[in-house]
Every structure is written in structure tokens, then in C-alpha cells.
Design a binder for this molecule. Structure first.
Ligand SMILES: [Fe+2]
Length: 240
């Protein structure tokens, strides 16, 4: 039997609060709203004018644009968000080194991917395995809950390889799961919680297993440590 083993851990309150503040500030400075919304209620900013997310739109809502824009700002690598992201990623690398026994260099996803799952909507357009999109087999994923992920607002993850027997990855804010989404199928149900789910996901892989050729089909970003990934030693050097 090949069964998914998911490890759930919790980040510090400081890291969680930094992530949440960054998202809220990014959205308010994008002139989407003159009022600050809790993450649960972000759908109200878009005035319920949200079509079912699909291929090509599940990463490009106004909220995605607002947050991703901050990664291009000149002072991004001096931001608290980057500092917290770096601390969390390096902590995870330490854990992965112990758990896998692979102690040489790891590569880390340079910028996290954000998911906004609005009520009666999905955040990723189809059930899939990340390997369907050329992600390397050795990749390990971290799914980070910025607010609560519960039942239909949680990521649905295959328990047994090939069985398509999904279970919700329920998490409280600040909790994160280390799991295999390269081989195990996963996706979203329609969110019936009435709240927007906000999460981030980012990936880790021993640098030696990065392919020089393959690229992310969705964004045409090459899976090398120079673009989609950053080597852990480089990450340590960047920013404060
Ligand atoms: Fe995925």
C-alpha cells in the first residue's frame, strides 16, 4: 500500500501575523478597498463579481495581482514577509534534512504561490498531480494556511496513490502541512463555508534533483535554482 503521509506543523504567531499583514497591506495598497477586510471576508472586496476560477484565471484575480506585485517591489527582500518566509523555509529545510537523511543542498521555491478560494468557488482549476505540470518527482510541498482551511475550503488530497479517495487537509491559521502533491492527486471542492480560504504553497527539492530542462507548464518558469527555485545558501544571503 502506498499511502500519503502528511506531517502537520505550526509556525510561530509572529510568522503567521507577518504573512497576514503583508496580504492585507498588499490588497489595500492596490486600491481594491478603502477598508481593511479580514481574510475570511476578502470576497466582499470583489463585490461577488467572481466567476468560477479556471485555467488561466486561478492565479490572476485582482487579489493575486495585488500580492504578487509586492514581490517585484525594490524593497521586497527587506520586507518582514520575506524575512518570515526565509525563516520558515530554512526551518523546514532543516526538518527535511533530518527526516529524509539528505543533508546536502536543498532548493526552495523562491516566491510562494497564493490560493484564494472564494465562497462557492475553487482555487485551483482541476484535480491534478503536480507531475502533470512537469514538476519534478522529488518535490516536497508545503501547504500553509493563512486562515482556516476546513472541509470544503480545504485542499482535498488523495490518501492512497491512484485511489482518488480524497480527504480534506484541515488546518488552523498558521498551521502548515508537508505533503507530496507531485504524485498524489489533489484539488478543490466548491467552497461551502461562506468564507474565503487564503493559503500559500511552496516546494522543496534537493538541488541535485532539479532538472535543467523541464519547466512549469503553467507559467513557463524553468524548474532550476536560478528562477522558480532558489538554493538554500543563496536564500540565506538575500535580505536581512
Ligand atoms: Fe497542485
Amino acid at each position: 500500500m502506498t499511502q500519503q503521509i502528511i506531517k502537520i506543523k505550526k509556525s510561530s504567531s509572529y510568522i503567521k501575523d507577518t504573512f497576514i499583514s503583508h496580504i492585507k497591506e498588499a490588497i489595500s495598497s492596490y486600491n481594491l478597498s478603502n477598508k481593511e477586510y479580514e481574510l475570511d471576508n476578502l470576497h466582499n472586496i470583489l463585490n461577488n463579481d467572481i466567476k468560477t476560477l479556471q485555467k488561466g484565471t486561478d492565479q490572476s484575480t485582482l487579489l493575486h495581482k495585488a500580492v504578487y506585485k509586492t514581490f517585484d517591489e525594490p524593497n521586497y527582500f527587506l520586507s518582514k514577509f520575506w524575512s518570515s518566509y526565509k525563516i520558515l523555509c530554512l526551518e523546514i529545510v532543516d526538518k527535511l534534512k533530518k527526516e529524509t537523511g539528505y543533508s546536502k543542498d536543498w532548493a526552495i521555491q523562491r516566491f510562494p504561490t497564493f490560493r484564494f478560494q472564494f465562497p462557492n468557488n475553487i482555487s485551483v482549476f482541476e484535480f491534478h498531480r503536480d507531475s502533470n505540470y512537469s514538476h519534478p518527482l522529488g518535490e516536497i510541498n508545503c501547504f500553509y494556511a493563512c486562515n482556516e482551511c476546513r472541509d470544503s475550503s480545504a485542499l482535498q488530497v488523495e490518501k492512497n496513490l491512484g485511489f482518488e479517495d480524497y480527504a480534506p487537509l484541515n488546518l488552523m491559521p498558521g498551521e502548515y502541512a508537508i505533503l507530496n502533491t507531485t504524485m498524489y492527486k489533489h484539488g478543490d471542492l466548491y467552497n461551502k463555508t461562506g468564507k474565503t480560504r487564503v493559503s500559500m504553497d511552496f516546494r522543496f527539492i534537493p538541488t541535485v534533483h532539479l532538472s535543467k530542462e523541464k519547466s512549469s507548464l503553467s507559467k513557463q518558469i524553468k524548474f532550476t535554482s536560478d528562477s522558480y527555485f532558489i538554493n538554500e545558501k543563496e536564500m540565506i544571503k538575500i535580505g536581512s
